[in-house]
Design a protein around this ligand. Sequence first.
Ligand SMILES: Cc1cc2nc3c(=O)[nH]c(=O)nc-3n(C[C@H](O)[C@H](O)[C@H](O)COP(=O)(O)OP(=O)(O)OC[C@H]3O[C@@H](n4cnc5c(N)ncnc54)[C@H](O)[C@@H]3O)c2cc1C
Length: 378
Amino acid sequence: MEFELSDDHRLLRDTVREFAQQEVRPVAEELDRTKSFPYDIVARLGALDLMGIPFPEEYGGGGGDTLAYALAVEELTRVDSSVAITMCAHTSLGTQPIYLFGSEAQKREWLPLLCSGQRLAAFGLTEPEAGSDAGNTQTRAELDDAEWLINGAKQFITNAGTELTAFVTITAVTGGGREISNILVENGTPGYEQGTPYRKMGWNASDTRPLAFTDCRVPEANLVGRRGAGLRQFLQVLDIGRIGVAAMGVGLAQGALDEALAYAKQRRAFGHSISRFQIIQAKLADLTTEIEAARLLVHKAAWLKDSGRNFSLLAAQAKLKTGRLAVRAAEEAVQIHGGYGYVEEYPVCRFYRDAKILTIGEGTDEVQQMVIARALGT
Ligand SMILES: Cc1cc2nc3c(=O)[nH]c(=O)nc-3n(C[C@H](O)[C@H](O)[C@H](O)COP(=O)(O)OP(=O)(O)OC[C@H]3O[C@@H](n4cnc5c(N)ncnc54)[C@H](O)[C@@H]3O)c2cc1C
């Protein structure tokens, strides 16, 4: 494995780092406080070719690899998780199913719009009765007069209700023997409703809603990929998505460390900067070491995928490790800020709220442990 980043990777990372510092950091607190979806930032990410990094240029994508994508996600999350998950969910969950399984016509219709960030896409797997147990899909779609007639509900769907959202791809039971298929439903289709956004603990500027389908009709041609292959497709997409979410964990931990280090150097107690105290130094030293190790895990998962090897185990390990690290790093960063870490003027307060979802979304820690234990042959 090559541990040195290529010039292209470094250039991309530095470009996103500068963008995050100059364009995202100044507005992150306000977006979070006002729970405002970051439309301007999405437009600028699109203009920089960052809304479709891992897709081929012939479809309007950035032509990058998974490592490039992970580097960009890390740099955004280092500053703001809401912006990062908006880009990340759009890319690895919204766009990926069309790229991997869509017909040529679906790819030509949608990928250029999605990769440019002009439109967003969402991924509808979770339901009230189907979270970790994703195969327990209750949403049904029956073929009726060359249309799918859809009834059911989805829960916690990211990017589904923004002004830019083009469609959601959903899992639905389409036949006996729990045949589950992947169907594309465009926003604006009668019978498809996006509910009110949740009041969340964090990711306040990202869009997350419940969805309802009531006698909703879409053309038969909105089937994505083969009939009956839907659940397998969604699980494959989640495997890839885990690398992105793991990169978010590294980014959040690194951002928390950045803030904690800067604060520790300027905060004085007992006549010294608190960064002079060995207990504070030990916390910072542990964090930077853990972050470096976690980053390597993410890069290895990305590298395995990019070299066409099986990456599922590494993606699950990276997701498990980085989610926990993000939670811990955010907590330590708040601790190092003392009382100031508990007030919203300091970014670590937002980081602390944003971290927890990283041990839950795109497969809980317990689900990652199941995947990893299975690979051990248990
Ligand atoms: C902000 C946010 C954004 C999201 N975005 C999306 C999205 O865009 N698309 C989408 O489809 N979903 C999305 N989700 C849903 C998310 O992926 C699920 O919440 C997650 O997979 C867990 O499912 P659940 O909430 O139903 O929990 P459950 O599956 O009910 O789990 C509850 C608890 O039981 C544990 N558990 C379950 N089964 C087992 C088992 N066999 N062994 C041991 N423990 C187990 C879990 O680990 C967890 O601790 C989002 C969620 C949130 C909060």
